[in-house]
Design a protein around this ligand. Structure first.
Ligand SMILES: Nc1ncnc2c1ncn2[C@@H]1O[C@H](COP(=O)(O)OP(=O)(O)OP(=O)(O)O)[C@@H](O)[C@H]1O
Ligand SMILES: [Mg+2]
Length: 421
């Protein structure tokens, strides 16, 4: 049976990670055969700020993954993007079908009309998909092929981002002799990995809590219907600890991971921890503090992140559309007590505007094979999800014209990014 090789590169604020996988023809479950990850130093809140540092980490991660996969160099990579203030928007388009039977040609004409509406000179389209079709105002998730009507319509979701951060990613890859096969919005990739198929079908929200940012996506009928990024993540918690306890960042990170908890009342009053403070003249000195001091720093920051997510969900009425199920993933979702704290923040008692409680669970890569325990955690959801995207290759409206010999105005202007891949 023929197998295709696919490669994913998660350029994150804390780590850069490369997965190489094989997918059997006719199947869409990747089997990971090569893994490489490296500490990331050239990014700030998901945006590349130092090309050289980023390129060094990319090369090291890709090199390790290639060696594990058997040594053949990879060229095409699927890469995530969370920089460039991604924005989600919806719009509807209608065409006249004058009472005849709807054929695939009518659907193509409708989607081509949708493409024209996607044009935006300053931003590039990261994703675009048909959310629902309508015939004479009656909505359906399926194409109304073979039916009769006067007006055929489509509701489109598009996710767009600023062009410069993408150019920077492309330049880094060029310098590493890699080719950008496609870009995927980070929370979209994370959801492809962390949500189970039923959750994507019935409607769910995925929240990826990373190092420099927290990103949100929502799915319904297997389509991405929302993507958003908030510029706060786990590294802010680490910084708060470093400042609050006067400890170096590396020690603060360790304290957070080993003793951190975002529920202040869950830590026994008598628990104490050893810390090494930065004293005067840069000298370090050891001391013992109550563990509750650490949780009183961690808790408000995690609460703030969850409240920002909750506010976005309220502002966008997302729960009314996709329901009340949230899956948390990403490295920072591993902080002890997160599920319970999120349950409180997303409860109707705490926030009546939510109009109902949420079901909350933690998620990790579900939909790929070949991951060992150390690489199957929530830190790797985005990278695994990039493989899922590569294997599924969802239909995207803005790339339709590429499949046709005659190229539309859209593919010449708005689609320049995809053209460059
Ligand atoms: N066990 C743990 N408990 C708490 N936090 C953790 C744990 N493990 C990792 N983290 C935190 O997770 C964050 C890194 O997560 P992740 O690897 O998902 O980020 P990233 O993808 O590199 O960054 P971003 O998505 O923001 O660009 C760090 O802030 C780290 O401190
Ligand atoms: Mg990430």
């Amino acid at each position: 049976m023929r197998e295709q090789i696919i490669a994913a590169l998660d350029i994150g604020t804390s780590k850069i990670c490369c997965f190489i996988a094989k997918v059997r023809e006719g199947e869409n479950r990747p089997r990971v055969v090569g893994i490489g990850h490296q500490v990331s130093k050239g990014l700030k809140s998901g945006t590349i700020v130092d090309m050289e540092e980023t390129e060094t980490s990319i090369r090291a991660a890709v090199d390790a993954a290639e060696r594990m996969a058997g040594g053949s160099p990879i060229l095409d990579v699927y890469v995530n993007i969370s920089a460039g203030q991604p924005v989600s928007r919806f719009f509807s388009v209608e065409v006249d079908v004058a009472g005849h039977e709807i054929s695939q040609l009518d659907i193509d004409r409708l989607l081509a009309a949708g493409q024209e509406n996607l044009l935006d000179e300053d931003r590039f389209i990261i994703h675009s998909s048909a959310i629902s079709f309508s015939l004479d105002g009656v909505k359906s998730a399926n194409k109304p092929l073979g039916m009769f009507g006067e007006k055929l319509g489509v509701e489109i979701h598009a996710s767009t981002g600023a062009i410069s951060p993408l150019k920077n990613i492309q330049t880094c890859l060029d310098h590493c002799h890699l080719k950008l096969k496609d870009v995927v919005l980070s929370p979209y990739a994370s959801a492809l990995a962390a949500l189970v198929p039923d959750e994507r079908e019935l409607g769910s929200i995925c929240v990826d809590m990373g190092g420099g940012l927290t990103s949100i996506s929502a799915f319904q009928n297997n389509e991405l219907i929302y993507g958003d990024v908030i510029q706060v993540g786990g590294s802010h918690v680490t910084r708060d600890i470093a400042q609050g306890l006067s400890v170096p960042l590396a020690k603060a990170e360790r304290l957070k991971i080993i003793y951190g908890n975002c529920l202040t009342d869950r830590v026994p009053v008598r628990d104490q921890i050893d810390i090494v403070q930065i004293g005067e003249n840069g000298q370090e000195h050891a001391m013992i503090i109550p563990r509750s001091m650490l949780t009183s720093i961690v808790s408000p920051r995690v609460e703030e992140i969850l409240e920002l997510v909750r506010d976005r969900i309220i502002e966008t009425s997302l729960a009314d559309r996709v329901g009340r199920r949230i899956v948390f993933t990403g490295g920072a979702s591993q902080i002890s007590g997160l599920e319970e704290l999120a349950g409180k923040i997303f409860s109707v008692q705490k926030s009546p505007k939510l109009r109902g409680d949420f079901y909350i669970r933690l998620g990790r890569p579900n939909n790929v094979d070949g991951l060992a325990d150390a690489t199957a955690g929530p830190v790797f959801s985005t990278c695994a999800g990039l493989l899922n995207y590569a294997a599924i290759k969802p239909d995207e409206i803005h790339s339709i014209s590429q499949k046709k010999p005659e190229r539309s105005l859209f593919s010449q202007i708005g689609g320049w990014v995809k053209d460059n891949f």
